[in-house]
Each structure stands twice: as C-alpha cells, then as structure tokens.
Design a protein around this ligand. Structure first.
Ligand SMILES: NC(=O)c1ccc[n+]([C@@H]2O[C@H](COP(=O)([O-])OP(=O)(O)OC[C@H]3O[C@@H](n4cnc5c(N)ncnc54)[C@H](O)[C@@H]3O)[C@@H](O)[C@H]2O)c1
Ligand SMILES: Nc1ncnc2c1ncn2[C@@H]1O[C@H](COP(=O)(O)OP(=O)(O)OP(=O)(O)O)[C@@H](O)[C@H]1O
Length: 475
C-alpha cells in the first residue's frame, strides 16, 4: 500500500509502519521520503484553496523539512542529504560549445556514477548534524509570494557529533622533526582515548623507529576513505591541500595544526592540543565548509590518452599557464557554454574562495572569505590593460580551451601539483564540486579568516598618523 497523499500525519504513520527503521541511515531516508510526501500533500491541499497559498505551502514545506527531520530548531544542512547533491548536479545541465551539457561532460568517465556509489557507501561513519542557523530564523522564507532572506547563507556552521568520532587519519608534512614530535604526542593521546589511528606508510615507519609500541597505528589506504571520522593535519597549508587531495569524494571534518610558516588554513597550534582535540571530539564545533572545484579535461587528444577521463578536485585552484612555451597563452574562455573572452598572457587561475589568498592573490585577485560560494577567474599577467579579475557565482560552469591554430599548448596544475598538458583543441571544464572540505575553526569562520590575513599577510599594516595635523585653510 502506498503512503497516504492527503493527510500528512497519516502519511508519516503509514510509512513508519511499512518500513520499520533498521539503522540510522534507513530511518533518515524514510523520514526524508515521508517529509517529501508531506510537502506534496500540503501543496496539493493548498492548491485546492488558493494559488498564492499553494506557493507559500510549497516554500514552507521546502524550508521546514530539515527542522522536522532532526527535531532541531534551525537545521538547514544534513550530512546525509544525498538528494541535495543530486538536485545540485541536475541544475547544472547546461550546454557548452561542444554541444554537451556541463553535467554530461563531468559525468563522462566515471564521475556521476562514482558520486552515487560514494554516497551509498557512507554508512560506516559516525553521523553528525550540521546546524546552519541565523539568530533563530530560517535562511529564507516566502510567505504569500513575498521573498525574504531572514539570515545570510554565510552564517557560521556548527557540527555536532551524534557519537564520538572513532577513526582518525593523521597526515603529516614530511621531513620535519617538530611535526614528527607532535605526531607522536597526538597518536599517544588518541590511543589513550581508544581511537583507531591511521597514518601514511612513511609515518608508520617513523613512529616504529621511535618505539615498537606504536604497532597499533595502522596504514592508510585509499579504500579506507569512507571509514575516516576525523582528519588531522600537521604542517602548513600544503599539508591541508595534500590531505584534501586524498579524498576525491566526501571529506571528513579536518583539524589542522600549524607547523608551517604561513598557515591560512591551519588555525590550531601545538600548544594545548589536548584541550583542543578533547573539545572538538566531545562538543559542538564551528566549521568552515571550504568549497572545492571539480575539473575535467575533455577533447579528442584527452580521450585518446585516457579513455576514462578522471575528475580532479582542487581546494585552492586550477592553473592554466604557458609552461615552458615562450609564447603568450591563447585561451578561449566559456561560461555556461557561451564564449566570453580569450586570455592572451601568461595564463589563467580558476580559484576557490579558499584559494583566493594563494596564487590568485599574487596574480591580483581579490581576497574572499572562504565561506563565500564563488569561483574566481584571475588572469596571470594578461597582455591587455582591461582584463580585471572576476568573481563568478557558484553555479556556473567554466570552460577553457586552447583553440586550433594556437602557437602552443597550455599546461594545467591542480593545487600547484600534477601538471598536465592541455593540448590544442582540448577543453578544461570546471565547476563547483559537491564535496567541500569541512575545516574545524578555532574562533569561528570569520575571526579565523581575519586573523589569517592580518597575521599571515600583514594586511593593511600601516603606522597610524599622528594627531598633530597642519591647520586646514579656511574656505
Ligand atoms: N606566486 C604565488 O603566490 C604562487 C605560485 C605558485 C603556487 N602558489 C600556491 O601554492 C599552492 C600550493 O601550496 P604548497 O604549500 O603545496 O606549495 P609551496 O610549498 O610552494 O607553498 C606555497 C605557499 O602558498 C601558501 N598557500 C597555500 N595555500 C594557501 C591559501 N589557501 N592561502 C594562502 N596561502 C596559501 C603556502 O602556505 C605556502 O607558503 C598552490 O595551490 C598555489 O596557490 C602560489
Ligand atoms: N603527507 C604528505 N606527503 C607528501 N607531501 C606532502 C605531505 N604533506 C605535505 N606535503 C607537501 O610538502 C610541501 C610543504 O608542505 P607545507 O606547505 O605543509 O609546509 P611548509 O612549506 O613548511 O608550510 P608553509 O608553506 O606554510 O611554510 C607541500 O608541497 C606539500 O604538498
């Protein structure tokens, strides 16, 4: 018997009777289905009354659903929200110059089915809720056709574990004694707290060379991605980029300890690591969802080389430059399939907002708070006086092509690594990825960001003028 479409309360009752929950995930999926049924029922009932009420009911249904799932007051984002990701992908079905939808391009190879497969594997992890609240209000409402934003989408996000994280992966910068020292301390502390600990093979060797008692530390392998509850990095920003690159899908919450010189994405220091980890593991914690870009190379020569073109995720940026060529790059740029401009210069950076303080900044791009969902398009030494950097909205798909007749090919690099040639006629397709990197904040997303630009870059540092100003001439 199908669930009732008319009475929401009966619909829920029927669904729960038909499908007793087996575990948390099943229960959540059923709840989501039930709530979708409620939204439809409310809409249907409202349509019979009045079209304006129908709109209101639909919107209300959309924005009230997450509250009802969790029983929480203002939850907007849930870690298990697979439907959102699908919707997000569907909405990107636009056509580019090759006559392909952007989603279609990105799903060539394995990306789309891989996305689904990864979503289906998420059951082994400790679950948590994400709270996205704005002073007690929903992010957006629409009553009687009046659209109102009650809060900002860049509001602080909070992560609350449903039970303590159990499996921890520690990634460390190589060749550093202070890093190894801290790694030893953190591993011992986590072991005392009965956590399963994984490290890279190099680190296991280093720990065993210190003491054979470290044999409880296990070796990380790629197929363990779905088991990691918490990711810890010890190093600089490069180590955060490295750790994120190990997760070509969903990324667990990441705590980064600063042992480098700059540390824009590494707010924690080694002093007081025990208190900090204790608090992160046990209490609600503030996070920044750092968006990533998904990149794919398409075109005849790319296909010849690699029949299943892989999607590459970047946390900072993808760079298209002239490599060793002495010539200017000539790059045709497309936005949602429409030609917009050509870059003639040293190249182009497509950056996330997290990457806005890295290479893009050095090339003249603006600094953007990492929680702002945008894509930066920053030229490198353009041979034109008017090519100012752009920040585009998160939903666009950008294509960059080396056109036929160019003097040379171009070169790609992903977060400063993995150089690949972009041959004449090939296109790089780039859009916002569905899997951000959730980095744990020390003092909240905005304070951490302001601290990093003030301390890391000495932003707007200037001696204050003295008060003894010369007298102004009378008008
Ligand atoms: N001219 C430049 O500024 C330039 C040139 C090449 C690469 N890079 C950056 O280096 C990154 C790779 O970093 P790496 O550590 O592996 O290489 P790396 O060891 O060469 O260090 C590059 C520097 O960039 C800093 N950095 C990295 N990500 C940052 C971010 N999001 N905000 C502020 N600073 C950041 C690092 O702390 C480091 O000091 C690339 O993603 C690129 O953004 C910058
Ligand atoms: N686990 C790892 N395995 C291999 N390479 C790594 C690993 N962690 C970091 N790296 C690489 O080591 C390099 C330096 O790392 P990182 O930026 O963290 O340190 P740093 O250069 O001392 O920091 P900063 O740039 O802030 O001074 C980077 O290129 C990074 O990709």
């Amino acid at each position: 018997m199908s669930p009732s479409k008319i009475n929401p309360a009966i619909a829920i009752q029927e669904l729960l009777q038909q499908n007793p929950a087996h575990d948390n995930d099943d229960r959540l999926r059923e709840s989501t289905d039930a709530l979708r049924t409620i939204a439809e029922a409310s809409k249907q009932a409202a349509e019979e009354k009045d079209p304006a009420q129908a709109d209101a009911a639909e919107w209300k249904g959309k924005f009230e659903q997450p509250d009802k799932i969790s029983g929480g007051k203002h939850d907007v984002v849930h870690c298990e929200s697979a439907q959102n990701l699908d919707d997000q992908n569907d909405s990107k079905n636009q056509t580019n110059e090759h006559g392909m939808g952007s989603n279609e391009v990105l799903s060539r190879g394995e990306s789309d089915s891989a996305h689904r497969a990864i979503q289906n594997q998420m059951t082994e992890k400790v679950l948590f809720e994400l709270t996205w609240s704005s002073k007690g209000n929903d992010i957006v409402s629409c009553e009687m056709g009046n659209i109102k934003t009650a809060g900002r989408t860049s509001e602080q996000i909070t992560l609350t574990w449903k039970s303590e994280p159990q499996t921890v992966l520690i990634i460390t910068k190589p060749n550093s004694t202070p890093v190894l020292d801290l790694c030893e301390d953190i591993v011992s502390w986590l072991y005392m707290h009965k956590k399963k600990i994984y490290v890279e093979p190099r680190v296991q060797e280093e720990l065993l060379s210190i003491s054979s008692s470290f044999k409880f530390v296990k070796i990380w392998q790629d197929d363990l991605q779905k088991k990691v509850d918490l990711l810890i990095t010890l190093g600089g920003d490069g180590t955060v980029l490295w750790a994120a690159s190990l997760f070509q899908g969903p990324v667990p919450p990441l705590v980064s300890f600063s042992l480098g010189s700059l540390g824009f994405m590494t707010p924690f220091s080694r002093d007081g690591y025990k208190k900090q980890l204790e608090s992160i593991i046990k209490c609600p914690t503030r996070i920044t969802l750092r968006h990533r870009l998904q990149c794919q190379i398409v075109g005849d020569s790319a296909e010849e080389e690699n029949a299943t073109a892989k999607t590459i995720f970047v946390l900072n940026e993808v760079t298209i430059d002239r490599g060793q060529s002495p010539y200017l790059t000539n790059l045709k740029c497309y936005c949602d399939g429409e030609y917009v401009t050509s870059v003639q210069g040293d190249g182009l950076i497509l950056s996330t907002t997290s990457g806005s303080t890295a290479y893009s900044l050095a090339a003249g791009g603006s600094m953007v708070h990492p929680q702002v969902p945008g894509i930066l398009m920053t030229p490198i030494c353009p041979h034109s006086l008017s090519f100012r950097p752009l920040i585009l909205p998160e939903h666009v798909t950008i294509g960059v092509e080396v056109p036929a007749g160019s003097r040379s090919s171009a070169w790609l690099s992903f977060d400063g690594k993995g150089r690949k040639e972009l041959k004449t006629g090939d296109q790089l397709i780039c859009s916002m990825a569905p899997w951000p990197v959730p980095t744990v904040c020390l003092n909240g997303s905005t304070r951490d960001f302001m601290c990093s630009i003030l301390e890391g870059l000495n932003w707007n540092l200037r001696k204050t003028q003295s008060s003894d100003a010369p007298p102004q001439p009378q008008p």
